[in-house]
Design a protein around this ligand. Sequence first.
Ligand code: FES
Length: 159
Amino acid sequence: MSAVLSPELRERFDAIRALYPPEMAASLVLPLLHCAQEAKGHVTEDDTVMIADYIGVPAIQVLEAMRWYTMFHGAPQGRHVVKVCRNIACALRGAESLIDHLQQRLGIGVGQTTPDGRFTLQTVECLASCGTAPAMQVGNTYFEQLDATRVDQILKDLP
Ligand code: FES
């Protein structure tokens, strides 16, 4: 079953589709996933079917993209999504202890959201900031060369 494509979302999808030549329709998967997520903060499996129907590609193609990229959320998230890299460069420079610190500080585990809905904590693979590890991303902002003190300050400064 697919979600219903609202007139507002259809208008936005049409505007994006107009940027692509018809033979590149499959390239719409990521932009439309972003668009659907912007509309409500996450994308469901029903949304992926809706997008696949709109583009005319197999639903599994959109679902796989949604599940592969950590930038897409399959469920409602906190106001601030804290993504900590756990890959090799960050791991060698203390990512695990930062993740432990964040879990303790926020009182939640990885993949969970604080009861007040303020933070969701996630771990991700490389954020492409290996030279300034350890790194994390909050919303669209990168934070690098982190330690527990800096993480505490960053959380404190968020609205
Ligand atoms: S390994 Fe963490 S940013 Fe690349």
